[in-house]
Ligand binder design. Structure first.
Ligand code: ZN
Length: 583
C-alpha cells in the first residue's frame, strides 16, 4: 500500500482542526502560532471570567491536534520506507526543527496554564485528569534538554534505519530481519535453528555499533534526568510515559508478583515443551515452536488477512467493524512486510483529521493474526475516542492503551475460525495463552533491565550484556543456551522499545492483566465483555490507569491476588495442572 502522500494532506479539506495551515508545518509557522497564543495569556489571566482562557486552551488544543497529525503522517510514511530520501528529510526536519519549536511553545503555555487562576475551570470543563496529565508533561518538554532530546531522536533513527535495512540469509535466501524472525517458528527443526542463529548473529555482528548508539542514548538520558535535579533518568522516564498512578516501587512489586506466580508456570511449560520436542532441554531455537500447537508457517497468506479480519470484526461488533471498513477504503492499513519498512507494528492517530492508521510487517504466519487484531484494537480505541475534545486525553498512557489492543486479542479468540480451521483455532488459543505467560516473564526482564541500565549509566556495554543475562535467568527458566551463550544477550539489541521508548514495556504486562480479565469475562458473558471493551474505548485517555481499571470494573494490576488468580486461570487453560498431577 502506498503511504499517505504529501500532496493528499496539504490541500485536503478533511481537517477538523486547524484548517488554516501552511502547506507544510514549518518551524516558523509553529513559532508564529505559539507567539499568538502566548500573547493572549496576560489578558486571559486578568479577566475575572475563565472564558478567555477556555478559548485560548481550545485554540492551543487545536494546534496540538495539527502538530500530532503531522507527526503521525510523517512518522507513518517514514516507517513505511526508511530508505526514502524525501520522507527521511521530512522526518529529520520535523524532529530537529519543528519539535524543538513546539516544545518550547508548549513549555511556555503550559507554565502559564499550570499557574493560572482559571486552571481549575478548564479542568472542570475537560475533566480533572487533564491537569494531572499536563503536569507530567512539564519535565519531558523542559527547554533545558531541548538539544539533548533532538540528539536522542537522531540516535533512535540511526538504530531503526540499521535494523530496517538488516538482511540475513536463511536456506540460501536473503531476507529481512522480520522475515527471518518469522521463520523461527518454522515446523522444520533445521530451518528454525538456522533462522534463529542468523537473526541473533546479525545483532552480534552489529553489536559494537548498536551498543555504541545505546551507550550514547543512556548517557544523554542520564544527563537529561540530572539537568532536572533527579539522581538519574528514571523519574524523567516515568514522566515521559505520563505515569501518574504508580512509581518504581509498584513496578518492582509487580515484577515480584510475576516472579512468584508466572515464572513457576513458565518453568513447567518449558520442560513440557522440551519433552514434546523430544529434546532433553529446551533449546533456544525451538522456543517459538511447539509441536502440539504451533501452526505451519505461511498458514495465513497475507492477501487473505484483511478479508478474514473483516468477517471477524463484522461478527464481533458492527460498530467497530465500520472503522475497519473505513480504514481499508481509505488506505490506512499498511500490512505486508518489505525491505526498508520499519520492523514491528504500530497504530497511529491523526487527531486533526480524526483518523487512525496502522502498520504491520505481515509475512503470512500465525503471528500476523494477533498483530493485526492487536493494532486494530488500538485503532478502535482511537476512532472511538475522537469525540474527546482535549487531544491530550484521546490517547491513554500506554499501559491503558495496550488494554484495547490486548483485550481485542482476547475478545477475538473465539472467532478465529475466520482465519483457521476449528482445530487450528483451538491450537492458536492455547498458543496465545502460553505466550501471555511467557510474555509476563519476558516483560519483567526488559523492565528490570532498563531500571538497572539507568541506575548504572556509566558501565561498559559488556557489563550491560552481563546484566541482561543475570536478569534473564531470574525470569526465564529452562532454556538451554550452552554453546551459544553470546546469543542470549543478543536478544535485547532487537528490542526496539529499549532504544526508542524507555520504560515502555511493563505497560504491556499491566495492560495484559486487564486483557486477561476481559478474556475471562468473555467466556462467561460475551455481551458484558464487549460492553466493557466499548466503555474502555470511550474512556480513552480521560483517566489515569488505576481509574481506567476501576471505571471498567476490573481488578487492580497491583494487587498480587490479581496476578495469582489470572495465572491460575492461565495455568488451567494450558494444562499445567494436569502436568502437575501427572507428576
Ligand atoms: Zn500495542
Amino acid at each position: 500500500m502506498q503511504a499517505l502522500a504529501a500532496s493528499s494532506y496539504s490541500n485536503c479539506m478533511n481537517f477538523k482542526h486547524y484548517p488554516n495551515r501552511s502547506a507544510k508545518l514549518t518551524k516558523e509557522f509553529a513559532e508564529q502560532e505559539f507567539a499568538k497564543l502566548n500573547a493572549r495569556v496576560e489578558q486571559a489571566e486578568q479577566s475575572d471570567s475563565p472564558s478567555a482562557w477556555l478559548d485560548l486552551y481550545r485554540d492551543w488544543n487545536s494546534f496540538s491536534a495539527y502538530y500530532a497529525g503531522e507527526a503521525s503522517r510523517i512518522g507513518y510514511a517514514h516507517a513505511a520506507d526508511m530508505a526514502n530520501k524525501e520522507w527521511d528529510e521530512a522526518d529529520r526536519y520535523f524532529r530537529e526543527q519543528v519539535n524543538p519549536a513546539v516544545e518550547a511553545g508548549n513549555a511556555k503555555l503550559l507554565d502559564a496554564f499550570l499557574q493560572s487562576r482559571h486552571k481549575d475551570a478548564i479542568g472542570k470543563h475537560y475533566g480533572p485528569y487533564l491537569i494531572q496529565a499536563l503536569e507530567t508533561s512539564v519535565e519531558p518538554q523542559a527547554p533545558v534538554n531541548s538539544d539533548l532530546r533532538v540528539h536522542a531522536t537522531d540516535l533512535v533513527d540511526q538504530y531503526e534505519k540499521l535494523t530496517s535495512a538488516g538482511e540475513v540469509t536463511v536456506g540460501g535466501k536473503t531476507m529481512t530481519l522480520s522475515r527471518a524472525r518469522g521463520l523461527q517458528s518454522h515446523q522444520n527443526a533445521a530451518t528454525r535453528k538456522e533462522a534463529w542463529l542468523a537473526y541473533r548473529k546479525w545483532f552480534l555482528d552489529h553489536h559494537d555499533v548498536i551498543a555504541g548508539i545505546f551507550n550514547q542514548l543512556v548517557l544523554l538520558r542520564d544527563e537529561m534526568g540530572r539537568n532536572l535535579g533527579h539522581e538519574n533518568y528514571i523519574p524523567l522516564g516515568y514522566l515521559s510515559m505520563r505515569r501518574t498512578d504508580y512509581g518504581q516501587e509498584q513496578a518492582k512489586a509487580f515484577r515480584d508478583s510475576v516472579r512468584q506466580y508466572a515464572v513457576p508456570i513458565l518453568a513447567r511449560l518449558n520442560a513440557e515443551q522440551a519433552e514434546a520436542l523430544g529434546t532433553e532441554t529446551l533449546l533456544p531455537w525451538d522456543v517459538a515452536y511447539h509441536p502440539a500447537f504451533s501452526l505451519p508457517t505461511g498458514i495465513v497468506p497475507v492477501e487473505t488477512q484483511l478479508d478474514n479480519a473483516q468477517h471477524l470484526f463484522d461478527e464481533l461488533s458492527p460498530r467497530l467493524a465500520a472503522h475497519f471498513t473505513r480504514m481499508r477504503n481509505e488506505g490506512l492499513i499498511d500490512l505486508e512486510n518489505r525491505k526498508g519498512k520499519r520492523p514491528g507494528a504500530f497504530a497511529t492517530m491523526m487527531p486533526d483529521e480524526e483518523r487512525m492508521a496502522i502498520l504491520c510487517n505481515s509475512t503470512g504466519d500465525e503471528g500476523d493474526v494477533g498483530t493485526l487484531i492487536h493494532e486494530m484494537g488500538h485503532a478502535f480505541q482511537g476512532w472511538e475516542s475522537q469525540k474527546i475534545e482535549a487531544v491530550d486525553l484521546r490517547w491513554p498512557t500506554s499501559d491503558g492503551a495496550e488494554i484495547h489492543s490486548m483485550g481485542m486479542e482476547f475478545l477475538a479468540l473465539p472467532r478465529l475460525t475466520w482465519f483457521f480451521k476449528p482445530e487450528d483455532a483451538k491450537k492458536y488459543r492455547r498458543h496465545h495463552i502460553h505466550d501471555v505467560i511467557n510474555l509476563m516473564c519476558y516483560i519483567s526482564v526488559v523492565d528490570e533491565f532498563q531500571h538497572w541500565v539507568y541506575e548504572n549509566p556509566n558501565v561498559t556495554p559488556v557489563e550491560r550484556d552481563k546484566a541482561w543475562v543475570r536478569i534473564w535467568d531470574t525470569y526465564i527458566p529452562g532454556i538451554d543456551f550452552r554453546g551459544v551463550e553470546d546469543y542470549k544477550y543478543a536478544r535485547w539489541y532487537a528490542q526496539g522499545h529499549i532504544f526508542a521508548t524507555p520504560f515502555y514495556y511493563i505497560d504491556y504486562a499491566i495492560a495484559q492483566t486487564a486483557a486477561m480479565q476481559l478474556g475471562m469475562m468473555n467466556e462467561e458473558d460475551h455481551e458484558k465483555a464487549l460492553a466493557t471493551y466499548l466503555r474502555l474505548c470511550e474512556i480513552g485517555g480521560t483517566l489515569g490507569i488505576l481509574n481506567i481499571f476501576k471505571a471498567a470494573g476490573l481488578r487492580s494490576p497491583f494487587d498480587p491476588a490479581t496476578m495469582r488468580d489470572l495465572m491460575d486461570w492461565a495455568a488451567k487453560e494450558v494444562g499445567v495442572e494436569e502436568m502437575a498431577e501427572a507428576g
